[in-house]
Design a protein around this ligand. Structure first.
Ligand code: MG
Length: 263
C-alpha cells in the first residue's frame, strides 16, 4: 500500500488508522516473551475472548482492611514525596499530573479497587483510557478502557503489562465502573536467586482474568522483564498517570500472612 493510499484509508476509516497506529495486527519488533511465540506488545497475539458480564462487583472493605481511598481524601497517597497530585471529585480519585504512591508499603496482599474511564473521552488503543496499578511499585496490573478498544493483548485491561494478556476480556462499557479483586504474592529470593516469582490472581468484574500467573519480572515497556538481583520485601502501591483522567474508588487492601503467624 502506498503512503497515499494508507493515509486515504486512514481518513476514510479512522478506526483502522488508529488500529495501525497502535500496532494491532502487526509484530512489534520487541524481544520474544520467553516460552511463547509472541513478542512484547505483539499486535498479532490473539485477542482474548470477550465475556459479557454484569459489570463492577463492589465489595465493602472488611474490618481488617486498610482503606487507601474511601471517597473523601488522598491522605494515604503521595506524589514525588509531596502531596498527592490527583483530585477528589464526586467520591472518586481522579488521575492528574503525576503518579500517586501509597505512603505505606505492602508485600502479599488482597486488593480491591474500582475504576473507570470518563464516558465521553476519545479512546484509541493505549491512549485516552490508560492507568495501571503497580503492586510493590513494580508489577503492573494494567488498567485500560478495553471495551470496543483493541490494542496489543499484553496491554489491555487485566493484563500483566508487556507480559501476559488476560484469560478473557471482561471489560464493560466506557463510563461504567469496573472492579478488580487482586491477590498478589511477592517474589521469594534466596540471596540473589529468585526461588519463586511474584504471582497474581485478578478477578475483573467478577470474572477471573489471571489465575495465579507468575510475573517474568518487574513490568517494563518494549523490553523483556527480568528479576533484579536485589529486591525489597515490601513496596508501596503506585497508580499510573498516563495522561488520562482515570477514576478510582473503594480502594482497599488486606495484607496477607499465615493464619497462625503474628503478621
Ligand atoms: Mg498502564
Amino acid at each position: 500500500m502506498s503512503k497515499f493510499h494508507y493515509f486515504a484509508l486512514c481518513a476514510l476509516f479512522p478506526v483502522a488508522g488508529y488500529v495501525f497506529a497502535d500496532g494491532f495486527g502487526v509484530k512489534s519488533g520487541n524481544p520474544l516473551i520467553t516460552g511463547t511465540p509472541y513478542e512484547v506488545h505483539d499486535g498479532t497475539r490473539p485477542q482474548p475472548r470477550i465475556v459479557e458480564n454484569a459489570g463492577s462487583v463492589s465489595v465493602k472493605p472488611p474490618a481488617d482492611a486498610i482503606v487507601l481511598f474511601g471517597g473523601e481524601n488522598l491522605d494515604a497517597w503521595t506524589s514525588n514525596n509531596g502531596p498527592a497530585a490527583w483530585e477528589v471529585k464526586n467520591g472518586a480519585m481522579v488521575a492528574a499530573k503525576a503518579d500517586v504512591v501509597t505512603k505505606q508499603s505492602f508485600g502479599a496482599i488482597q486488593l480491591h479497587a474500582e475504576w473507570r474511564a470518563p464516558a465521553e473521552r476519545p479512546v484509541n488503543g493505549q491512549s485516552g483510557g490508560n492507568s495501571g496499578i503497580f503492586l510493590m511499585g513494580r508489577y503492573e496490573v494494567q488498567v485500560l478502557q478495553s471495551h470496543n478498544n483493541k490494542t496489543y493483548p499484553d496491554g489491555q485491561a487485566g493484563s500483566l503489562y508487556g507480559q501476559c494478556p488476560p484469560l478473557v476480556n471482561a471489560t464493560t462499557a466506557q463510563g461504567e465502573w469496573q472492579s478488580y479483586d487482586v491477590i498478589f504474592t511477592p517474589p521469594v529470593y534466596e540471596g540473589e536467586t529468585v526461588k519463586e516469582p511474584a504471582y497474581v490472581t485478578i478477578i475483573h468484574n467478577g470474572v477471573v482474568v489471571q489465575n495465579h500467573r507468575p510475573y517474568l519480572g518487574p513490568s517494563s515497556h518494549k523490553t523483556l522483564a527480568s528479576y533484579p538481583k536485589n529486591h525489597p520485601e515490601t513496596g508501596p502501591i503506585r497508580l499510573q498517570f498516563h495522561g488520562d483522567p482515570m477514576e478510582f474508588r473503594n480502594f482497599w487492601v488486606r495484607p496477607l500472612g499465615e493464619y497462625d503467624s503474628e503478621k
